[in-house]
Structures are given as structure tokens and as C-alpha cells.
Design a protein around this ligand. Structure first.
Ligand SMILES: NC(=O)c1ccc[n+]([C@@H]2O[C@H](COP(=O)([O-])OP(=O)(O)OC[C@H]3O[C@@H](n4cnc5c(N)ncnc54)[C@H](OP(=O)(O)O)[C@@H]3O)[C@@H](O)[C@H]2O)c1
Length: 329
């Protein structure tokens, strides 16, 4: 039986999510990779335990994380029964729908029918009565935004989720969604966009919207799927994401151009006395508009390494300018 570390809250720092009552750990753990059928259950268990033992109180799932679709949530249901029931009130557990999940016209995008049915399935798989946050995964070009947002509002009112958020919405779409939710009386807690040193799109308007609207921001893939680590400095290891599960990180996307930047960033991290992964995490968290960095991990040691980013030396203006220079090459 698992007993959580007594000192689990001593190292982590927590940031308020927008102007809500919720604080999130500066690092959260996502279950997109490494929690499906191809990862041993014991590995999953020790990643989750290591995370919580170090103050990572937020686990992020999705209806279609696996493989196969649904498997990460199904596994999480078993983890829940074995480890997490006594700690449920110390955890923020989220799920999401908006990409393809089941065949036919009702298993994708943003209809009321899809979102409510999908969350009911997720709750059954995860053995939960409610999730803490439920997101819409991407804007739907055909369903009226009003319908999607009123489904989120209903989801909260019906007790299936405590808070709602949006993901992958562009600045103007986010502003509209936030306004509709506010009018309905269910404020938007959080936006979940991608953001890393290699992917800075949110700086072009989205962070302004979130700051103005006082909505939280949890950025996914802050290590660019592993590229902003020492993983690929000397080729593609067989046990890396690009090496063994290249569904989303294809070997050919790790180009010489990117590697040039990654090597220069790695040199800089070494001068700062840290690993590239730690510097990359500290960098996405340098502006408090980002509430939390949503990482993935394939082994517990990566969690231990990444946690140290929280205590890293503050960036000087010269370092930030130098990073901008490397990224602009
Ligand atoms: N809303 C959305 O549309 C969306 C989309 C994508 C992801 N997400 C969320 O974001 C979460 C994180 O995404 P991500 O997994 O792409 O994040 P990430 O943190 O950018 O990449 C995680 C991967 O980097 C490698 N890694 C992590 N720490 C390391 C370290 N210290 N040293 C060396 N390698 C390290 C591991 O890959 P190896 O396998 O190579 O060890 C790990 O699986 C997902 O689980 C999901 O919850 C959301």
C-alpha cells in the first residue's frame, strides 16, 4: 500500500490560477504518453507516486490518451483504486474532449452531445465522481461557441466537474469563450496552450488576453516532447519518444537547425549550473501569467530532475536576451 511522503509540500511552489480560488503546482504531470498499454503498470505507478511525493498535485488526462484511446484513463482508474483514493482531496485531476474519440458524428469536436457523453465515459474509466477541471480540447469551426460553452456550464452545474477550461484556442476565440462562460456564471478557470522555447505562439496575443481576463494558463509540452532536454544531443536513443513511440515526435522533425539551437541552449544551461530541461522549464515559468508547466515523463528520475527547475537561479536580463538570440537564429 502506498503512503505519500510526509514532506511532499516542502519543495514545490504553487501559483494562483487566474483570479480563482485554486492554486496549481508550478509543475503538473500529463498522461498523454507513457500511461497507455505499452508502458508497464509499475513504471506508471512509480512516476505518479514520485510526482505526488514531490508536491505535484495535478494530473492531466484526456478521453483519447493511450494507446489505445481511453487506456490512460482506464489505467488511471486502477491507480486511483490502489493509491489515490485517500488523497483525492489533495489532487486536481483533469480531463478533456474535443478531438476524435469514437466513430460517427457525435465523437469529435464540440457539440453538447459529445462533451457530456465523453466526460461521462471518462468518469467511468477513471472511477471518479467528478473531475476538478474539464476542458474543451480545440475550437470547433462548425458548432456555435455558445453551444460548446453552455455544455461546459452544464457540466459544472450537474456536478461532473468543479471548473472548466479551454485548450488550443487562439487569442480572439479565447476572449469570446471566456466572455460567454462569464455571462453563463461559470468562469473559465484556465487555458491550456502549447508553449516552449521552440514554440512561442502564445506570446503573440494570448498571454495578453489571459492576463487581462485574469484566467490561468497551463502550458503543455514545455520540453517540446523531449527535444529541450539532453535526450537528442547525440542521436535518437531507442528508448526515447522519437525512438520508440514516434506518433507525435517524428525523428525527421529533430532537424539539424533545431539541434543547433538545442546545443547552444544546452551550453548555456551548463553555464548556469543546470540541465537544459531545467532551464527550459524555468523559462516557460519566467512570467507569472503561466500558472503551471504541464510536463510528461517516461521515468521517475525525469520528475526528480525537473522538480529542481523550481529552485533554479533567476534569469538575468543578459541571459534572456541571449536565449532570444539563440531562438531567433
Ligand atoms: N491540450 C492539448 O492539446 C495537449 C497536447 C499535448 C500534450 N498535452 C498535455 O501536456 C502533457 C505533456 O506533454 P509532453 O509529454 O509533450 O511534455 P514535455 O514535457 O514537453 O515532454 C515530455 C517528454 O520529455 C522527456 N523528458 C521529460 N523530462 C526529461 C528529463 N528531465 N530529461 C530527459 N528527457 C525528459 C520524456 O520523453 P522520453 O520518452 O524521450 O523519455 C517525456 O516523456 C501531456 O501529457 C498532456 O497532458 C496537451
Amino acid at each position: 500500500m502506498y503512503t505519500a511522503a510526509e514532506n511532499r509540500y516542502s519543495q514545490m511552489q504553487y501559483r494562483r490560477c487566474g483570479n480563482s480560488g485554486i492554486k496549481l503546482p508550478m509543475l503538473s504531470l500529463g498522461m498523454w504518453h507513457n500511461f497507455g498499454a505499452i508502458t508497464p503498470f509499475e513504471t506508471q505507478q512509480s512516476i505518479l507516486r514520485t510526482a505526488f511525493d514531490h508536491g505535484i498535485t495535478h494530473f492531466d488526462l484526456a478521453n483519447n490518451y493511450g494507446p489505445p484511446y481511453g487506456e490512460a484513463e482506464r489505467n488511471f482508474g486502477i491507480h486511483m483504486d490502489r493509491d489515490w483514493k485517500p488523497y483525492r482531496d489533495e489532487l486536481i485531476i483533469s480531463s478533456i474532449a474535443g478531438y476524435d474519440m469514437w466513430p460517427g458524428p457525435y465523437g469529435d469536436f464540440g457539440s453538447r452531445k459529445y462533451l457530456i457523453a465523453s466526460l461521462d465515459q471518462s468518469l467511468r474509466r477513471m472511477h471518479l465522481d467528478y473531475v476538478d477541471i474539464f476542458y474543451h480540447h480545440r475550437p470547433d469551426p462548425e458548432t456555435p461557441l455558445e453551444e460548446t460553452m453552455s455544455a461546459l456550464d452544464y457540466i459544472v452545474r450537474s456536478g461532473r466537474a468543479l471548473y472548466v477550461g479551454i485548450s488550443n484556442y487562439k487569442p480572439e476565440q479565447a476572449r469570446q469563450a471566456i466572455a460567454i462562460l462569464r455571462r453563463l456564471g461559470t468562469p473559465c478557470l484556465i487555458h491550456q496552450p502549447s508553449y516552449s522555447m521552440l514554440n512561442r505562439w502564445i506570446e503573440d496575443g494570448l498571454t495578453d488576453v489571459l492576463r487581462e481576463e485574469k484566467v490561468g494558463c497551463i502550458c503543455f509540452s514545455p520540453l517540446s516532447g523531449g527535444m529541450l532536454t539532453d535526450r537528442y544531443l547525440n542521436g535518437i536513443p531507442a528508448d526515447s519518444r522519437a525512438g520508440h513511440d514516434p506518433r507525435f515526435l517524428k525523428p525527421e522533425s529533430i532537424t539539424e537547425e533545431k539541434l543547433g539551437k538545442i546545443r547552444a541552449l544546452n551550453d548555456m544551461a551548463q553555464k548556469r549550473g543546470q540541465k537544459l530541461s531545467q532551464m527550459a522549464l524555468q523559462w516557460v515559468l519566467r512570467d507569472e501569467v503561466v500558472t503551471s508547466a504541464l510536463i510528461g515523463a517516461s521515468r521517475p528520475q525525469q520528475i526528480l530532475d525537473n522538480i529542481e527547475a523550481i529552485q533554479g537561479p533567476a534569469f538575468t536580463q543578459e541571459e534572456l536576451t541571449a536565449i532570444d538570440g539563440i531562438l531567433a537564429r
